[in-house]
Design a protein around this ligand. Structure first.
Ligand code: SAH
Length: 339
Protein backbone atom coordinates (compact mmCIF):
# COMPACT_ATOMS: atom_id res chain seq x y z
CA UNK A 1 0.00 0.00 0.00
CA UNK A 2 1.27 3.42 -0.96
CA UNK A 3 0.19 6.84 0.17
CA UNK A 4 -1.30 8.37 -2.97
CA UNK A 5 -0.31 11.90 -1.96
CA UNK A 6 3.34 10.91 -1.87
CA UNK A 7 3.40 9.77 -5.51
CA UNK A 8 4.30 11.89 -8.51
CA UNK A 9 2.29 11.29 -11.67
CA UNK A 10 5.01 9.20 -13.30
CA UNK A 11 5.26 6.95 -10.26
CA UNK A 12 1.50 6.56 -10.24
CA UNK A 13 1.58 5.60 -13.93
CA UNK A 14 4.27 3.02 -13.20
CA UNK A 15 2.25 1.57 -10.35
CA UNK A 16 -0.88 1.20 -12.48
CA UNK A 17 1.11 -0.31 -15.35
CA UNK A 18 2.57 -2.86 -12.97
CA UNK A 19 -1.02 -3.85 -12.09
CA UNK A 20 -1.85 -4.15 -15.76
CA UNK A 21 -3.97 -1.06 -15.82
CA UNK A 22 -3.66 1.65 -18.47
CA UNK A 23 -1.22 4.42 -17.57
CA UNK A 24 -3.71 7.16 -18.45
CA UNK A 25 -5.81 6.07 -15.48
CA UNK A 26 -3.08 7.61 -13.34
CA UNK A 27 -3.59 10.91 -15.16
CA UNK A 28 -7.28 10.75 -14.40
CA UNK A 29 -6.64 10.06 -10.72
CA UNK A 30 -4.04 12.86 -10.56
CA UNK A 31 -6.60 15.17 -12.08
CA UNK A 32 -9.26 14.24 -9.52
CA UNK A 33 -6.90 14.77 -6.62
CA UNK A 34 -5.06 17.91 -7.70
CA UNK A 35 -7.64 19.70 -9.82
CA UNK A 36 -10.85 18.71 -8.05
CA UNK A 37 -9.43 17.93 -4.60
CA UNK A 38 -11.18 14.58 -4.43
CA UNK A 39 -9.87 12.31 -1.71
CA UNK A 40 -12.20 9.38 -2.29
CA UNK A 41 -11.85 6.85 -5.12
CA UNK A 42 -15.58 6.20 -5.23
CA UNK A 43 -16.11 9.78 -6.44
CA UNK A 44 -13.75 9.34 -9.42
CA UNK A 45 -16.61 8.65 -11.79
CA UNK A 46 -14.64 8.42 -15.05
CA UNK A 47 -12.75 5.38 -13.77
CA UNK A 48 -14.22 1.95 -14.46
CA UNK A 49 -16.19 0.71 -11.49
CA UNK A 50 -13.97 -2.33 -11.06
CA UNK A 51 -10.86 -0.16 -10.83
CA UNK A 52 -12.55 2.16 -8.33
CA UNK A 53 -13.11 -0.92 -6.21
CA UNK A 54 -9.51 -2.11 -6.52
CA UNK A 55 -7.73 1.17 -5.85
CA UNK A 56 -8.27 1.21 -2.08
CA UNK A 57 -6.27 -2.03 -1.96
CA UNK A 58 -3.34 -0.35 -3.73
CA UNK A 59 -3.31 3.23 -2.56
CA UNK A 60 -4.45 5.11 0.51
CA UNK A 61 -4.82 8.79 1.29
CA UNK A 62 -2.56 9.93 4.18
CA UNK A 63 -4.92 9.36 7.02
CA UNK A 64 -4.89 12.81 8.51
CA UNK A 65 -7.77 14.25 10.39
CA UNK A 66 -8.42 17.78 11.64
CA UNK A 67 -8.95 17.41 15.36
CA UNK A 68 -9.26 21.11 16.01
CA UNK A 69 -9.82 24.29 14.01
CA UNK A 70 -9.36 27.72 15.49
CA UNK A 71 -10.41 30.98 13.91
CA UNK A 72 -8.68 34.25 14.70
CA UNK A 73 -10.47 37.56 14.61
CA UNK A 74 -8.06 38.69 11.86
CA UNK A 75 -9.15 35.86 9.53
CA UNK A 76 -6.23 33.51 10.29
CA UNK A 77 -7.20 29.86 10.76
CA UNK A 78 -5.19 27.22 12.55
CA UNK A 79 -5.64 23.48 12.02
CA UNK A 80 -4.46 20.76 14.36
CA UNK A 81 -4.00 17.49 12.47
CA UNK A 82 -3.78 14.03 13.91
CA UNK A 83 -1.52 11.76 11.87
CA UNK A 84 -1.88 8.03 11.40
CA UNK A 85 0.61 7.26 14.18
CA UNK A 86 -1.11 9.58 16.64
CA UNK A 87 1.38 12.42 16.28
CA UNK A 88 -0.09 15.88 15.87
CA UNK A 89 0.97 18.84 13.78
CA UNK A 90 -0.38 22.28 13.09
CA UNK A 91 -0.76 24.33 9.92
CA UNK A 92 -2.13 27.81 9.33
CA UNK A 93 -4.23 29.64 6.73
CA UNK A 94 -3.24 33.29 6.40
CA UNK A 95 -5.52 35.68 4.54
CA UNK A 96 -4.17 38.78 2.84
CA UNK A 97 -6.11 41.12 0.59
CA UNK A 98 -6.42 39.22 -2.68
CA UNK A 99 -4.45 36.12 -1.75
CA UNK A 100 -4.27 33.20 0.65
CA UNK A 101 -1.10 31.72 2.11
CA UNK A 102 -0.73 28.34 3.80
CA UNK A 103 1.93 27.98 6.47
CA UNK A 104 2.90 24.30 6.33
CA UNK A 105 4.83 22.06 8.74
CA UNK A 106 7.73 19.90 7.59
CA UNK A 107 8.46 17.96 10.78
CA UNK A 108 6.70 16.81 13.94
CA UNK A 109 8.37 19.17 16.39
CA UNK A 110 11.82 20.59 15.73
CA UNK A 111 15.34 19.72 16.81
CA UNK A 112 16.80 23.22 16.67
CA UNK A 113 15.46 24.55 19.94
CA UNK A 114 15.50 28.30 19.25
CA UNK A 115 14.93 30.01 22.57
CA UNK A 116 12.00 32.16 21.41
CA UNK A 117 10.07 29.44 19.58
CA UNK A 118 7.40 27.16 21.01
CA UNK A 119 7.93 24.39 18.45
CA UNK A 120 11.50 23.65 19.58
CA UNK A 121 10.51 23.62 23.22
CA UNK A 122 8.54 20.40 22.59
CA UNK A 123 11.54 18.61 21.05
CA UNK A 124 11.73 16.65 17.81
CA UNK A 125 9.66 13.56 17.04
CA UNK A 126 10.09 12.74 13.36
CA UNK A 127 10.11 13.98 9.80
CA UNK A 128 6.85 14.31 7.92
CA UNK A 129 6.44 12.18 4.81
CA UNK A 130 5.82 13.72 1.39
CA UNK A 131 2.21 12.61 1.64
CA UNK A 132 1.75 14.28 5.01
CA UNK A 133 3.10 17.54 3.62
CA UNK A 134 0.97 17.46 0.45
CA UNK A 135 -1.99 16.41 2.56
CA UNK A 136 -1.89 19.59 4.66
CA UNK A 137 -2.26 21.59 1.45
CA UNK A 138 -5.07 19.56 -0.13
CA UNK A 139 -7.03 19.27 3.11
CA UNK A 140 -6.83 23.01 3.74
CA UNK A 141 -7.85 23.84 0.17
CA UNK A 142 -10.87 21.64 0.73
CA UNK A 143 -11.55 23.41 4.02
CA UNK A 144 -11.41 26.90 2.52
CA UNK A 145 -13.25 25.80 -0.66
CA UNK A 146 -10.66 27.27 -2.95
CA UNK A 147 -7.09 27.35 -4.15
CA UNK A 148 -4.15 28.57 -2.16
CA UNK A 149 -1.85 31.19 -3.74
CA UNK A 150 1.34 30.80 -1.71
CA UNK A 151 2.84 28.05 0.41
CA UNK A 152 5.43 28.84 3.03
CA UNK A 153 7.38 26.20 4.95
CA UNK A 154 7.21 28.25 8.10
CA UNK A 155 5.22 25.90 10.26
CA UNK A 156 6.76 23.33 12.58
CA UNK A 157 10.21 22.01 11.81
CA UNK A 158 13.31 22.83 9.78
CA UNK A 159 12.59 22.11 6.09
CA UNK A 160 16.29 21.71 5.23
CA UNK A 161 16.49 18.84 7.71
CA UNK A 162 13.75 17.02 5.79
CA UNK A 163 14.81 18.03 2.31
CA UNK A 164 13.77 14.96 0.33
CA UNK A 165 10.17 14.94 1.46
CA UNK A 166 9.85 18.71 1.21
CA UNK A 167 11.24 18.84 -2.34
CA UNK A 168 9.16 15.93 -3.48
CA UNK A 169 6.02 17.58 -2.08
CA UNK A 170 6.91 20.82 -3.88
CA UNK A 171 7.48 18.96 -7.14
CA UNK A 172 4.14 17.15 -6.85
CA UNK A 173 2.22 20.37 -6.13
CA UNK A 174 4.15 22.15 -8.88
CA UNK A 175 3.45 19.54 -11.58
CA UNK A 176 1.65 21.42 -14.40
CA UNK A 177 -0.37 18.25 -15.11
CA UNK A 178 -1.91 18.50 -11.65
CA UNK A 179 -2.05 21.24 -9.05
CA UNK A 180 0.24 23.43 -11.20
CA UNK A 181 1.43 25.82 -8.52
CA UNK A 182 4.44 27.81 -9.80
CA UNK A 183 7.78 27.43 -7.98
CA UNK A 184 7.73 31.15 -7.15
CA UNK A 185 4.69 30.49 -4.98
CA UNK A 186 6.70 28.39 -2.54
CA UNK A 187 9.00 29.67 0.19
CA UNK A 188 11.36 27.65 2.34
CA UNK A 189 12.26 29.29 5.61
CA UNK A 190 15.44 28.09 7.29
CA UNK A 191 17.15 28.69 10.60
CA UNK A 192 20.38 28.59 8.56
CA UNK A 193 21.61 25.25 7.23
CA UNK A 194 24.36 26.23 4.72
CA UNK A 195 24.47 22.86 2.94
CA UNK A 196 20.72 22.98 2.39
CA UNK A 197 20.95 26.49 0.96
CA UNK A 198 23.69 25.43 -1.44
CA UNK A 199 21.79 22.35 -2.56
CA UNK A 200 18.76 24.54 -3.24
CA UNK A 201 20.96 26.87 -5.28
CA UNK A 202 22.17 23.90 -7.35
CA UNK A 203 18.69 22.45 -7.86
CA UNK A 204 16.11 23.05 -10.57
CA UNK A 205 13.63 24.14 -7.94
CA UNK A 206 13.40 27.91 -8.22
CA UNK A 207 11.51 28.69 -5.03
CA UNK A 208 11.92 31.61 -2.64
CA UNK A 209 14.27 31.51 0.29
CA UNK A 210 13.73 33.07 3.68
CA UNK A 211 16.32 33.03 6.46
CA UNK A 212 15.53 33.37 10.15
CA UNK A 213 18.41 35.58 11.19
CA UNK A 214 17.40 37.41 14.38
CA UNK A 215 20.94 38.59 15.06
CA UNK A 216 24.10 39.26 13.08
CA UNK A 217 26.30 38.81 16.16
CA UNK A 218 27.64 35.29 16.53
CA UNK A 219 27.60 35.14 20.28
CA UNK A 220 24.10 36.51 20.62
CA UNK A 221 22.78 34.44 17.74
CA UNK A 222 24.25 31.29 19.26
CA UNK A 223 22.49 32.02 22.52
CA UNK A 224 19.16 32.57 20.74
CA UNK A 225 19.57 29.86 18.11
CA UNK A 226 21.79 26.90 19.08
CA UNK A 227 22.12 25.96 15.37
CA UNK A 228 24.47 28.94 15.08
CA UNK A 229 27.04 27.10 17.21
CA UNK A 230 27.40 24.59 14.41
CA UNK A 231 26.76 26.85 11.43
CA UNK A 232 28.24 30.26 12.19
CA UNK A 233 27.16 33.51 10.58
CA UNK A 234 30.19 33.38 8.28
CA UNK A 235 29.33 29.96 6.90
CA UNK A 236 25.70 31.01 6.52
CA UNK A 237 26.69 34.15 4.64
CA UNK A 238 28.95 32.22 2.33
CA UNK A 239 26.06 29.91 1.40
CA UNK A 240 23.73 32.87 0.88
CA UNK A 241 26.18 34.58 -1.46
CA UNK A 242 26.52 31.32 -3.39
CA UNK A 243 22.73 31.01 -3.59
CA UNK A 244 22.31 34.57 -4.80
CA UNK A 245 25.07 34.30 -7.39
CA UNK A 246 23.49 31.16 -8.80
CA UNK A 247 19.82 32.16 -8.72
CA UNK A 248 19.78 35.95 -8.70
CA UNK A 249 16.92 35.74 -6.21
CA UNK A 250 16.45 38.28 -3.49
CA UNK A 251 16.58 36.70 -0.03
CA UNK A 252 14.12 37.49 2.75
CA UNK A 253 15.45 37.78 6.29
CA UNK A 254 13.29 37.36 9.36
CA UNK A 255 14.35 39.42 12.33
CA UNK A 256 12.24 39.02 15.49
CA UNK A 257 12.88 42.11 17.56
CA UNK A 258 13.29 41.35 21.25
CA UNK A 259 13.42 44.20 23.73
CA UNK A 260 16.90 44.79 25.16
CA UNK A 261 18.26 41.67 23.42
CA UNK A 262 18.75 42.36 19.69
CA UNK A 263 17.18 45.78 19.17
CA UNK A 264 20.00 48.21 19.92
CA UNK A 265 21.78 50.62 17.58
CA UNK A 266 24.77 48.25 17.67
CA UNK A 267 22.55 45.36 16.56
CA UNK A 268 21.20 47.22 13.57
CA UNK A 269 24.69 48.35 12.49
CA UNK A 270 25.94 44.77 12.68
CA UNK A 271 22.95 43.63 10.63
CA UNK A 272 23.68 46.26 7.98
CA UNK A 273 27.29 45.15 7.82
CA UNK A 274 26.30 41.51 7.53
CA UNK A 275 23.77 42.03 4.76
CA UNK A 276 25.77 44.53 2.75
CA UNK A 277 26.16 43.16 -0.78
CA UNK A 278 23.25 40.71 -0.43
CA UNK A 279 20.02 41.67 -2.21
CA UNK A 280 17.71 41.45 0.80
CA UNK A 281 14.25 42.08 2.11
CA UNK A 282 14.08 42.32 5.88
CA UNK A 283 10.95 41.38 7.79
CA UNK A 284 10.99 42.90 11.24
CA UNK A 285 8.71 41.01 13.58
CA UNK A 286 8.11 42.33 17.09
CA UNK A 287 8.63 39.03 18.91
CA UNK A 288 5.48 37.00 19.57
CA UNK A 289 4.73 36.04 23.14
CA UNK A 290 6.18 32.55 23.71
CA UNK A 291 9.05 32.92 26.13
CA UNK A 292 8.19 35.15 29.11
CA UNK A 293 11.77 36.47 29.17
CA UNK A 294 11.37 37.96 25.71
CA UNK A 295 9.28 41.05 25.22
CA UNK A 296 8.46 43.26 22.30
CA UNK A 297 10.33 46.54 22.08
CA UNK A 298 8.35 49.78 22.19
CA UNK A 299 6.82 50.93 18.91
CA UNK A 300 9.40 53.73 18.78
CA UNK A 301 12.27 51.23 18.96
CA UNK A 302 10.75 49.20 16.16
CA UNK A 303 10.38 52.31 14.01
CA UNK A 304 13.96 53.42 14.74
CA UNK A 305 15.31 49.99 13.78
CA UNK A 306 13.46 49.99 10.49
CA UNK A 307 14.26 53.63 9.70
CA UNK A 308 17.95 52.91 10.02
CA UNK A 309 17.72 49.98 7.59
CA UNK A 310 15.78 52.11 5.13
CA UNK A 311 18.22 54.98 5.47
CA UNK A 312 21.03 52.82 4.15
CA UNK A 313 18.90 51.48 1.32
CA UNK A 314 17.50 48.17 2.57
CA UNK A 315 13.96 47.15 1.80
CA UNK A 316 12.06 46.11 4.88
CA UNK A 317 8.66 45.87 6.49
CA UNK A 318 7.37 45.54 10.02
CA UNK A 319 5.11 42.52 10.33
CA UNK A 320 2.49 42.80 12.97
CA UNK A 321 1.73 39.20 13.41
CA UNK A 322 -1.44 37.50 12.41
CA UNK A 323 -3.27 35.00 14.54
CA UNK A 324 -1.60 35.72 17.89
CA UNK A 325 -4.99 35.36 19.63
CA UNK A 326 -5.11 31.68 18.62
CA UNK A 327 -1.34 31.01 18.96
CA UNK A 328 -1.02 30.73 15.19
CA UNK A 329 1.70 33.35 14.70
CA UNK A 330 5.39 32.68 13.96
CA UNK A 331 6.93 30.58 16.66
CA UNK A 332 3.67 29.77 18.37
CA UNK A 333 2.99 26.38 16.81
CA UNK A 334 3.69 23.74 19.36
CA UNK A 335 3.81 20.03 19.56
CA UNK A 336 0.95 18.63 21.51
CA UNK A 337 1.06 15.35 23.25
CA UNK A 338 -0.63 12.44 21.59
CA UNK A 339 -4.22 12.07 22.55
N1 SAH B 1 12.87 26.21 11.05
C1 SAH B 1 12.54 27.16 10.02
C2 SAH B 1 11.05 27.20 9.73
C3 SAH B 1 10.20 27.75 10.87
S1 SAH B 1 9.58 29.26 10.37
C4 SAH B 1 13.09 28.52 10.38
O1 SAH B 1 13.59 28.67 11.48
O2 SAH B 1 13.05 29.44 9.55
C5 SAH B 1 9.06 29.99 11.82
C6 SAH B 1 9.52 31.42 11.87
O3 SAH B 1 9.05 32.04 13.06
C7 SAH B 1 11.03 31.53 11.91
O4 SAH B 1 11.42 32.66 11.20
C8 SAH B 1 11.25 31.73 13.40
O5 SAH B 1 12.51 32.27 13.66
C9 SAH B 1 10.12 32.63 13.73
N2 SAH B 1 9.79 32.70 15.15
C10 SAH B 1 9.88 31.71 16.05
N3 SAH B 1 9.46 32.13 17.25
C11 SAH B 1 9.08 33.41 17.10
C12 SAH B 1 8.53 34.37 17.98
N4 SAH B 1 8.31 34.09 19.27
N5 SAH B 1 8.26 35.59 17.47
C13 SAH B 1 8.47 35.88 16.18
N6 SAH B 1 8.97 35.00 15.30
C14 SAH B 1 9.28 33.78 15.77
Amino acid sequence: MKDILSLGLDEMRGLLLSKEEAAFRADQIFNWVYKKRTLDFSEMTNLPKALRGELPGLLYFSAMRAVEKQFSKDGTEKYLWKLKDGNQIESVVLRHPGHVTFCISSQVGCALNCSFCATGAGGFSRNLSTGEIVSQVIHMERAIHGPVDNIVFMGMGEPFLNENSVYKAINILHDPRGRNLGFRHFTISTAGIPEGIKRLADSEIDIRLSVSLHSAKDELRSSLMPVNRIHSLDSLREALVYYQQKTGNRITFEYALISGVNDTAGDVEQLIKYLRGIKSFINIIPVNPVNPNFERPTDQKVVDFEERLKAVGFESAVRHEKGTDIDAACGQLRQRRRG
